[in-house]
Design a protein around this ligand. Structure first.
Ligand code: ATP
Ligand code: MG
Length: 626
């Protein structure tokens, strides 16, 4: 399973350590062995020497024979003594007398030497020096180790005190038996130590191999644990090319893949997050139990809760529909709901669309709710409904009064010259008012649909405003007994202001505001008309000293059919469309209209129009060029 690259393996530190251990083991074993063998050798040699020692009684009897005068007889005795003595360790025993003559040998095949002079220098020396001599020799001829001992023989005389050298005993013993045991033991020892070394080396390699297997596995385990923790940075080291190496590569691959897919899901999530947070619709997602898991910014703005607070809460509570709906209702019929989140500060009407998050298996894992702001739409709808009801109402009132007058006339009042003209006048007035109202509605509808034609021309606004105001002064002058007296005060800028407007339509606007100012002012009131300019605007204001407009109604005076006091303004012949038309016209000319009023003190209507003081600039430009 584990294939090492041979060359690399033998180079590894691990192998070297194993080798050193094995060698140390071997050296220790060798030292122990050497000491042991040395001890054994010396003990064996000692034993051997003891074994080949000739017993004293033989020494004595041999020494005795050497003192016998009859050489022949003595030699015969010596021969008998030697042949009687049996020691397997001893190869040869020679008896040499003090004159150096060989007197006997245990070697049966070499009896011829008896009677000859010894040639052995050691024997001679022993005789001469009267001393014991031992040595071990190595006989190259026989390939054997021999032990030689030359022991002096002494005669013991009758007194037994003084002893005299009578010869020497030469003993030659083969040490084969000693060394063969040692060699055997040495052999066993060498084999044993070789086996120990091989085993040691084998064990070392086995440990290395085990480590080589377990280390990558351990590293891989740690890496997988790191991956599980979400740390993909590390890489497992690939030690080999085998299955473990492949596994390590696979794990490295896996961590890269997991990281990539994690990154891509993360990117996907961020993209989704940014899409969700930039949506103008609110999105809420819940889990199976209807608890919110995701809520985007728009939705939390709508609900006026932070995302942190909303998450984990039931969608029923966040949408405040728990009293009317259950989660089952939402899941089973995912119709849209209209939810009113209006408060004092803001109007907010939402359409909530529900859909299910469903797995392929059909298992419902949650709900998605999309909240669409329909406040504006709802307002437009309401306005339209209001408008239709207003129009019908506005027309019904004059029509019913017309009808009652006509009924009265047809019931006979036409014959009465006292009432008939008055009745007819009323019917004519009412009809006129209706025609006026229809015309105004038509012109408003044309402006709404954008089909109104505007004829823009550059007009000197000072002149034009003066012309309109002159007309109002004129009405007062021509009428001998006017219903109401008023004074018009003009506060105009000295500079001539040229503005691009549609003269007819703008005249209509000024007429309407002037009419209102007079209509809603007390008798003898002052109407102050101002004209001034800023760097890019012309501002016209018309102030009266009338009853003013309540604060709450200021925002509505430009609405169609709006009147502060319906009965009174209708009685004064108003339709409630004048300011609505004025607003449309001013906006069409690119300007703005607004009102400021203090109830009981008077109102001021302002109109601003875009203005470019180009004439002066042109002049100035010409000057600079000159
Ligand atoms: P119309 O102008 O169509 O004949 P109207 O004057 O009633 O009818 P608007 O000109 O649109 O209608 O004015 C709307 C309402 O605003 C009036 O009914 C009135 O209640 C109020 N209003 C307008 N101008 C003044 C003002 N100068 N002072 C007090 N209230 C005013
Ligand atoms: Mg009016």
């Amino acid at each position: 399973m584990l294939r090492f690259k041979r060359k690399n393996f033998f180079k590894t530190i691990n192998f070297k350590i194993a080798l050193v251990f094995a060698l140390l083991l071997l050296i220790t074993l060798e030292i122990v062995g050497a000491i042991f063998v040395k001890q054994l050798e010396s003990k064996n040699i000692q034993d051997f020497k003891q074994a080949v020692q000739i017993p004293t009684y033989i020494d004595n009897s041999l020494a005795e024979q050497l003192t016998v005068s009859s050489t022949r007889k003595a030699n015969g005795q010596i021969k008998t003594i030697l042949s009687n003595y049996n020691n397997t360790n001893i190869d040869e025993i020679r008896v040499v007398d003090s004159k150096g003559t060989i007197r006997g040998t245990s070697d049966v095949n070499d009896q011829s030497v008896v009677g000859q002079k010894t040639t052995d220098r050691n024997v001679k020396n022993a005789i001469y020096n009267n001393r014991t001599y031992t040595k071990s020799t190595y006989d190259t001829q026989n390939n054997g180790r021999y032990y030689i001992s030359i022991v002096p023989l002494y005669s013991s005389n009758s007194t037994g005190n003084s002893s005299q050298l009578v010869g020497v005993l030469y003993v030659r013993a083969n040490m084969k038996s000693v060394y063969s045991t040692i060699n055997n033991i040495m052999g066993i020892f060498v084999i044993a130590s070789l086996v120990a070394m091989v085993l040691g080396l084998g064990l070392g390699i086995a440990i290395i191999i085990a480590r080589a297997i377990t280390r990558p596995i351990e590293e891989m385990k740690q890496q997988t644990q790191r991956i599980a923790r979400g740390d993909y940075a590390g890489q497992v080291r690939v030690y080999s090319d085998d299955e473990l190496g492949q596994l390590a590569k696979a794990i490295n691959n896996l961590s890269i893949r997991v990281e990539e897919s994690q990154e891509s899901t993360e990117a996907e999530r961020r993209r989704l997050d940014s899409v969700l947070s930039h949506m103008s619709d609110g999105v809420i997602a819940t889990d199976r139990r209807g608890n919110i898991t995701i809520i985007n910014e728009t939705a939390s703005d709508f609900m006026d809760v932070t995302a942190e607070k909303a998450i984990g809460n039931s969608i029923l509570d966040i949408l405040k529909i728990r009293d009317d709906y259950s989660l089952r209702d939402l899941i089973e019929n995912q119709d849209e709901l209209m939810l009113d989140f209006s408060s004092n500060e803001r109007d907010l009407i939402l359409n909530a669309y529900f859909s299910l998050i469903q797995r392929e298996s059909g298992f419902i894992s949650g709900l998605v709710c999309v909240l669409h702001d329909v406040t504006e739409q709802q307002k437009i709808d309401n306005d339209r409904k209001q408008f239709v009801s207003n129009v019908s109402h506005e027309l019904r009132t004059p029509l019913t009064s017309l009808r009652s007058y006509i009924e009265a006339l047809s019931d006979g009042a036409w014959k009465d010259p006292e009432v008939a003209p008055g009745f007819l006048k009323v019917t004519q007035e009412e009809t006129d008012r209706m025609i006026r109202m229809i015309n105004e509605l038509l012109s408003l509808s044309r402006m709404d649909s954008g089909t109104t034609r505007v004829d823009m021309e550059l007009v000197n606004i000072n002149e034009m405003f003066n012309y309109v105001l002159d007309r109002f002064d004129m009405i007062l002058k021509k009428d001998d007994n006017p219903a109401k007296y008023y004074t018009i005060k003009r506060e105009f800028t000295k500079r001539d202001l040229w503005v691009e407007i549609d003269t007819d339509k703008f005249t209509q606007v000024l007429d309407n505001i002037m009419n209102n100012a007079i209509k809603y002012s007390p008798d003898g009131g002052v109407v102050t008309c101002r004209l001034l300019e800023t760097h890019n605007q012309v501002i016209i204001s018309i102030s009266d000293q009338g009853l003013g407009i309540p604060r709450a109604d200021l925002a509505h005076v430009f609405d169609r059919f709006f009147r502060v006091d319906k009965a009174r303004s209708r009685a004064q012949g108003g339709t409630g469309l004048g300011l609505a038309i004025s607003k449309e016209v001013v906006q069409m000319l690119g300007g703005r209209i607004w009102v400021d009023s203090v109830e009981g003190k008077g109102s001021t209507f302002y109109i601003s129009l875009p203005y470019e003081p180009y004439e002066e600039e042109d002049l100035w430009d010409d000057d600079s060029q000159a």
